[in-house]
Design a protein around this ligand. Structure first.
Ligand code: GTP
Ligand code: MG
Length: 173
């Protein structure tokens, strides 16, 4: 008998950091320069297999604009993996990402796996958040740290596969 495990993933982070682009890159291999902000949230799935096990990733891509902030708990409440995204060119988005981590630690599932992601590494020249600073923050808060580019695809697959593998290691899975 073949069983497919379904893993629930939510993306959180300030508007414009590239959440939708990361999901689109991972699920469809596409990237668009000028994307409209997400309204409410959007849902995509991606079937992958790790160590011969078939997994269906159910991905909720939330809207980062302030006006949608109150909707977020509906999406992260049942999530087993959270991907908290900031833009490496924006200190402000880094601070916002830290706020999401705080909220998740209070209101998320107790064994929630959190990926902390600095996106837009292709814009290295405009970098505002040092890798070392983000790394240290993640070490102190037990978060899995990645730097990605939805534009070039750098580390995008690695991010989702790594987090799914971590989830697979939990006893219930
Ligand atoms: P909300 O839906 O409003 O929360 O924003 P979002 O986080 O989903 O951002 P979105 O994916 O829509 O990307 C915002 C802008 O950043 C778009 O114009 C993208 O083309 C651009 N962008 C996203 N990822 C990257 C990246 O890795 N590199 C570069 N250079 N631009 C990116
Ligand atoms: Mg979006």
């Amino acid at each position: 008998e073949v069983t497919t495990n379904e893993y629930k993933i939510v993306l959180l982070g300030q508007s414009g950091v590239g959440k939708s682009c990361l999901v689109l890159r991972f699920c469809r291999g596409q990237f668009f320069e000028n994307r409209e902000p997400t309204i409410g949230a959007s849902y995509l799935t991606k079937s992958i297999s790790i160590n011969s096990r078939d997994l269906k990733l159910q991905i909720w891509d939330t809207a980062g604009q302030e006006r949608y902030q109150s909707l977020a708990p509906m999406y992260y409440r049942n999530s087993e993996i959270a991907v908290v995204v900031y833009d490496i060119c924006s200190e402000d988005s880094f601070n916002k990402a830290k706020e999401w981590v705080k909220e998740l630690s209070i209101k998320g599932l107790p064994d929630l796996i959190i990926g902390f992601v600095g996106n837009k590494t292709d814009l290295e020249k405009k970098r505002a958040v040092l890798t070392r600073d983000a790394e240290m923050y993640c070490e102190n808060h037990n978060l899995h740290f990645f730097e990605t580019s939805a534009k070039t695809g750098e580390q995008v697959k690695d991010l989702f596969f790594y987090l799914a593998t971590e989830l697979m290691k939990l006893p219930k899975n």
